[in-house]
Design a protein around this ligand. Structure first.
Ligand SMILES: Nc1ncnc2c1ncn2[C@@H]1O[C@H](COP(=O)(O)OP(=O)(O)OP(=O)(O)O)[C@@H](O)[C@H]1O
Length: 273
């Protein structure tokens, strides 16, 4: 009898632990993008789950970066780009005219393919965002934000004695973690990463991948990657794009072992792309 009760409890606990986090942080609804006459996305419906890493995969030119840039309105900076459909953050339409784009980009931060620290000190690179957003009231508070952001980006120990040195003097992998610290410093809710490891060597890549896994606890992450191994290592959900369409989306382990669509199967096994 006791054994039965224990087993039932164990089952309950285990099913609770294995329950996927269903909270939707961002919702893409029939997202369409044109660059001038050329259509790059054809009605993409894709939800981004909170505290999960979503990997966007697919052959070159399929629209992964275009979709990623829609999520914090970076496409606004491209003159020819027109975005249609609807994208929400916590159920709020991010293309609503009332939305302050600067504030949106603080909530939905971005890390680019090539590390792009400002030609300023390591300290200033991280302090810049909190300063312009008025997030801190004293030098001591700003120091604390810089330190905690560098710690969260797993860079503090390597730079704590050289905060006044230029950010551009760091190694590529350190520069990318500095850019992640810079994004974290304004307390984003979502971090977009566009091939963040493509300019890094395998050791720096492993560090950034480890970091991505740790960041998931506090942030929602969307990453564009060409590396199937990377998608499999860091993400919980994977979305496969092809020729501007979302082919399918699902749990990463399923997408890599038993995808529904032949195009996903062909892509992950290297038959095209
Ligand atoms: N700024 C732009 N102006 C015009 N066309 C663009 C622009 N950016 C992207 N495109 C086009 O939109 C389509 C999708 O490009 P996008 O960069 O989103 O694809 P991707 O899947 O991220 O590719 P890659 O893996 O090569 O980075 C491509 O046909 C591309 O040529």
């Amino acid at each position: 009898m006791n054994i039965m009760t224990e087993k039932t409890l164990e089952e309950v606990v285990s099913s609770e632990m294995n329950k996927p986090n269903e909270a939707i942080k961002m919702r893409g609804d029939k997202v369409i993008v044109h660059y001038g006459e050329k259509q790059a996305l054809f009605g993409v419906d894709l939800n981004i789950r909170e505290h999960q890493v979503t990997a966007l995969i697919g052959p070159s030119g399929c629209g992964k970066s275009t979709f990623l840039r829609c999520l914090n309105r970076m496409n606004d900076t491209i003159d020819s780009a027109r975005v249609g459909g609807k994208i929400t953050l916590d159920n709020e339409d991010i293309y609503d005219p009332k939305i302050d784009v600067v504030e949106l980009r603080a909530r939905v931060g971005m890390v680019f393919q090539k590390p792009n620290p400002f030609p300023k000190s390591i300290y200033e690179n991280v302090a810049y965002g909190p300063k312009i957003h008025g997030l801190t009231r004293s030098k001591a508070e700003l120091d604390a934000v810089v330190e905690s952001s560098l710690k969260k980006a797993a860079l503090w120990n390597e730079v704590k004695d050289r905060l006044t040195e230029s950010g551009t003097g760091l190694s590529g992998g350190q520069q990318q973690r500095l850019c992640i610290a810079r994004a974290i410093a304004v307390s984003p809710e979502v971090i977009l990463m566009d091939e963040p490891c493509s300019a890094l060597d395998p050791i720096a890549t492993a560090k950034v991948e480890e970091l991505i896994d740790e960041l998931r606890e506090n942030y929602t992450i969307v990453i564009v990657t060409h590396s199937m191994q990377q998608a499999a290592r860091v993400s919980q959900r994977t979305a496969m794009f092809h020729l501007g369409y979302l082919v399918e989306e699902g749990p990463t382990d399923k997408m890599f072992t038993n995808p529904d669509d032949k195009r996903t199967q062909d892509y992950i096994t290297g038959r095209f792309g």
